[in-house]
Write a protein that binds this ligand. Structure first.
Ligand code: ZN
Length: 313
């Protein structure tokens, strides 16, 4: 089935300390901060968007640093994105292993799967990250911190922990247009619109896993990219026909979004590719200033006074 979904759009997590998050994502991973704004559902908390030079859909990692708001550490388990994987060039893993180890991360070799090697490590909040080496990624990297031979190209995939995968796989294939492109013991890989990095999602079959609970150090949701608002509305109708509940279209300033839970419990978002991060900031200075959506501008001084001071280059 043809799907309007082009690729992943972004992955969003709840993290602990804002400064630690900036240091890790910008300095260690070498991502570009493409937007500093606030959580549109809670303007007391930052929302950081990281990605390639432009924040191209499929390269974006976003965080809500919730330190100091009494949010408990999340429970890892079923119904959750367990691992967020980024794509790096074949041959880059030795360099990354040395870099991350030197920065104090504990790096593990993941068992090879589907013909690709990878390493696993955690961010300062305990989120599980993976770097997957491959020679199939044509995306241009952001190279201010990390050279082109090794830099992250964008998202590779996410791995979801699902207790009973059959319904999730049916939902993703029949309704979202994914197809199963790989299977091994206890794991299924699905892809949409091709199978290059940024277009795949994996399911780990975990019948005995505890139910996940969102909190510090867990992924909140994964978003998929569609070109047009009309595609989003059509998919919204299909999700409703399936019987799942789905939000109204929400204005996220840099894209429009709908949210729903797949049958295994993971929160999915369908996000438009436009207008993108240059809508309120010059491309050369993305991420420099605190940007607020028009409806929050009247509250700017109150919002700025409540946010942690953060520094980054
Ligand atoms: Zn989102």
């Amino acid at each position: 089935m043809d799907s309007p979904i082009q690729s992943l759009h972004h992955v969003t997590a709840t993290v602990d300390d804002a400064q630690q998050d900036l240091d890790f994502c910008i300095d260690a991973l070498g991502l570009r901060l493409v937007k500093k704004t606030v959580n549109f559902d809670n303007h007391l908390v930052f929302h950081f968007y990281y990605g390639d030079e432009h924040g191209t859909p499929g390269t974006i990692w976003t965080t809500f640093p919730y330190k100091g708001y009494g949010v408990p550490v999340g429970t890892k388990g079923a119904g959750q994105v367990a691992v967020t994987s980024f794509s790096v060039p074949a041959g880059a893993l030795d360099w990354w292993r040395a870099r991350l180890t030197a920065l104090g991360a504990s790096v593990q070799d993941a068992p090879p799967r589907f013909g690709e090697e990878s390493i696993l490590f955690a961010d300062p909040s305990g989120l599980q990250f993976e770097l997957v080496a491959n020679d199939r990624d044509r995306r241009a990297p952001w190279t201010r911190e990390v050279g082109a031979a090794t830099a992250i190209r964008g998202l590779h995939s996410v791995t979801m922990t699902i207790a009973h995968p059959a319904k999730t796989i049916e939902f993703m294939t029949s309704l979202l247009g994914f197809r199963v492109v790989g299977e091994m013991a206890g794991r299924t890989r699905l892809a949409v619109n091709g199978d290059e990095p940024g277009k795949t999602m994996e399911i780990v079959h975990a019948p005995d896993a505890p139910r996940a609970r969102n909190g510090l150090g867990t992924v909140h949701h994964v978003a998929m990219a569609v070109p047009h608002a009309g595609d989003q509305l059509r998919m919204r109708e299909e999700v409703l026909r399936w019987g799942a509940s789905v939000t109204e279209v929400r204005d996220r300033q840099y894209f429009q979004s709908i949210y729903f839970r797949e049958p295994g419990g993971v929160l999915f978002e369908i996000a438009t590719m436009a207008p993108g991060f240059a809508v309120d900031e010059a491309p050369a200075s993305l991420g420099r200033d605190l940007k607020l959506p028009p409806w929050e501008e009247p509250n700017r001084s109150m919002i700025e006074a409540g946010l942690d001071a953060v520094a980054y280059r």
